[in-house]
Design a protein around this ligand. Structure first.
Ligand code: KMH
Ligand code: ZN
Length: 275
């Protein structure tokens, strides 16, 4: 099997210090968490940024400071900014981090109920607009899949040339409103993508490490981090993203799967070394 790519989703847009005081907000906290996750074995940092008070933002300067700082301490790590941002942001706001020419960025491939009255809106035209921008800038899209129809949307865009092979998927399982975190549903997603695709599995909340284990065993890759889960085990808050990355490394060791370096991850993902 390919070496295991671990993505650390270090802060997200929704989780707060009230839920876990170790969630990073400031530029320094975000850089420090990225560094700890990288040292623990993460080859990709999935990046959202915040105002100092924790408000999610797509501010160019905050993204730049975080990306510059992460590159300084984690020399070869792959930085993957979010174009999902937070619910309610405009499309152009969400696209701001692409101005920093990352190697890879997220492409959310459908609309989803996102708790209470919130809707994470990604119309067909939005998805096409984002995918075309990424293609123009030579940025690899990571296709975010919260439900099966989002794969079908991506495959339609592959067929008409808006997306290019090989595709890279991130299956997010366990968001209320999205697909369940179960073996049956993960197998359904994996069986629905082209053979030359690469997939990462993200289990939300208590599903994080079960889904990670299924991914490791089945040849997929893994995403963990505060964006998706606040606990290292039932009832015990994680002290850092690095705790979660280390736990994945431990499971991978038990299952005999080696961990990919960032440059190995670039090869697996078919992205060139530096933009
Ligand atoms: N914060 C969610 C609304 C992404 O990073 O592309 C969207 C999200 C997905 O986190
Ligand atoms: Zn995200």
């Amino acid at each position: 099997m390919e070496n295991l790519i671990i993505t650390a989703a270090i802060c997200g847009a929704e989780v707060t210090k009230n839920q876990n005081p170790n969630v990073p907000y400031t530029v320094d906290e975000i850089i420090n968490e990225a560094n700890l996750a990288y040292k623990a074995g993460a080859s990709i940092i999935h990046l959202h940024v915040r105002e100092n008070d924790g408000t999610p933002t797509q501010d160019y300067h905050i993204f730049k400071k975080c990306i510059d700082g992460i590159k300084e301490c984690c020399k070869d790590v792959i930085i993957q900014p979010s174009t999902g941002g937070a619910v309610g942001m405009s499309n152009d706001e969400r696209l701001i981090p692409l101005k920093l020419k990352p190697e890879i960025a997220t492409l959310d491939c459908g609309t989803l109920n996102f708790g209470k009255d919130e809707i994470f809106l990604n119309t067909e035209n939005t998805i096409i607009y984002f995918a075309e921008k990424m293609q123009q800038l030579n940025i690899k899209p990571e296709i975010e899949v919260f439900d099966k129809g989002m794969i079908d949307t991506a495959l339609r865009l592959l067929k008409n040339g808006t997306l290019k092979s090989p595709l890279k998927f991130n299956f997010v399982l366990g968001v209320p409103g999205g697909i369940n975190a179960s073996l049956r549903d993960l197998a359904f997603l994996v069986g629905s993508i082209p053979f030359d695709s690469v997939y990462t599995v993200t289990g939300i909340g208590r599903h994080q490490f079960n889904m990670a284990t299924l991914a490791i065993a089945s040849g997929g890759h893994v995403r963990v981090g505060f964006e998706d889960n606040l606990y290292i085990e039932q009832g015990i808050l994680a002290r850092s993203n690095a705790d979660m990355v280390k736990k994945v490394v431990h499971i991978a060791n038990i299952l005999g799967r080696n961990i990919a370096t960032p440059n190995e991850a670039r090869k697996i993902l078919n992205i060139k070394e530096e933009n």
